[in-house]
Design a protein around this ligand. Sequence first.
Ligand code: HEC
Length: 159
Amino acid sequence: MRLREDFSAWRCALASGAAAAAVVAVAGAVDEKPTEEYAGAMRALDTAARGLAEALEARDHATMNEHVIDARPAIELVQQYWREREAAGDEDVEEAVEAIRAVSKSVSEISVAVHLMTLSPNPVAVDGAELALGNMRAACAACHAAHRVEQPDGSYLIR
Ligand code: HEC
């Protein structure tokens, strides 16, 4: 019965040229309000990303290290959220899982660069950290484009 309803909704939508909307409706996807923990993790990542860029500019490896440490639990929480959705059979999460994995990898690379920078002024490590920071920013943006929905009041939902 459900299938038949979905099928006719699908056909109807195709007929009206709203196929993309129908896919979302059939999958039952609803934008959801983030938990306080999720939103807090995002703000922590934001602080870390900005702080890392500033500290890198200043070649301040001690402060970079603090931001690496602060980013880790936030990454953990976000990773957990998307893995749970994936485990629950949500089919639309591949990009998000990949994006947070890329953030995690970038932070690990920055952590290695920080270690090298504590040993000596190391231009190669600085370049590596810059590259990793760029990759991290790209991963933030990729996930936001796919999964962050801005509300008229400026707050966000998770798609
Ligand atoms: C796996 C997907 C994903 C990744 C990766 C991701 N975000 Fe987000 N982000 C979201 C979603 C979904 C929201 C909307 C829900 C919310 O506001 O918490 C969001 C919201 C935000 C917000 C608004 C928080 C608020 O006040 O509600 C900020 C700031 C933010 N992200 C920064 C970042 C930064 C910086 C990075 C990269 C270091 C990043 N995000 C990586 C999915 C992601």
